[in-house]
Design a protein around this ligand. Sequence first.
Ligand code: PBG
Length: 321
Amino acid sequence: MRRLRRAGWSRALVAETRLSPADLIWPLFVREGTDLAEPIETMPGVFRHSVDRLPALAKEAEALGIPAIALFPYTPADRRSEDGKEALNPDNLVCRALQAIRDSGANVGLLSDVALDPYTSHGHDGLIDETGHVLNDATVEVLVKQALNQARAGADIVAPSDMMDGRISAIRAALESFGFHDTQIMAYAAKYASGFYGPFRDAVGAGGYLKGDKKGYQMDPANAREALREVALDIAEGADSVMVKPGLPYLDIVQRVAERFDVPVFAYCVSGEYAMVEAAVAAGMMERDKVVLEILMAFRRAGASGILSYHAPHAARLLNA
Ligand code: PBG
């Protein structure tokens, strides 16, 4: 076995999996203001950028060979409400960011998240009743309007991350009837109720608001076969691609989905995974460059077409070097 491993040229020749910047999607946080890059305490090295800074970041992604970026808003407290109606404002942060990047001519795919948690005063992804239960069908109606709002602003891919039932078919039908025939849907199909989203909730300012947990709509980490049902439903409802989330602790799910289905499968290496690496690096316990590329390669080996990663620009720089 070691003959094949001895020289670099030979290792390159026999590598079973390739990783390139083209496999990455870079998630970015957006905030109000001008010329601001506000550090996020729980995600060292990640910032909330004001809208005016985004075209340059989109062009950076393009120059690095990263095909797409994903936008997440940090909504000011006074724009949050019980019904999350800011999600439908054509002039909200995400829409302004989408438009600014579109207008800049940056040649990258723009992905926007469909879910109400950046906009609700209770931090849930949907509308709640008096008991705090997240309502399915009423939420889907709002998500459809949110997705249309984002498509109008220039989103290439809408990515429902809410885990309501039936939202993919409802969004697909609405996109078709309003002429958005080419807007892709990347379904967060197997999204688990996870402790690894902690830093993200801090980044979008939702953590302080969240009442209870999301176990009534996000998946139980104990379940794998259920993930296959979720994926099958989202594909049948019209998803163009599906996602598994979080990433590393769910590589078995990535692999099973990739083996069973013929649509592109994405994995989201989430905020808590990013924070774990950065904390270990800061403590001198691991080397960032090595572990970042190793982690991303692991997703590719498991069968992921692409990976959403906060390390995307760093990884792309390493891969391009
Ligand atoms: C919102 C959403 C979440 C993430 C992406 N979209 C958080 C949540 O569901 O609570 C998490 C991303 C990350 O942790 O990096 N629906």
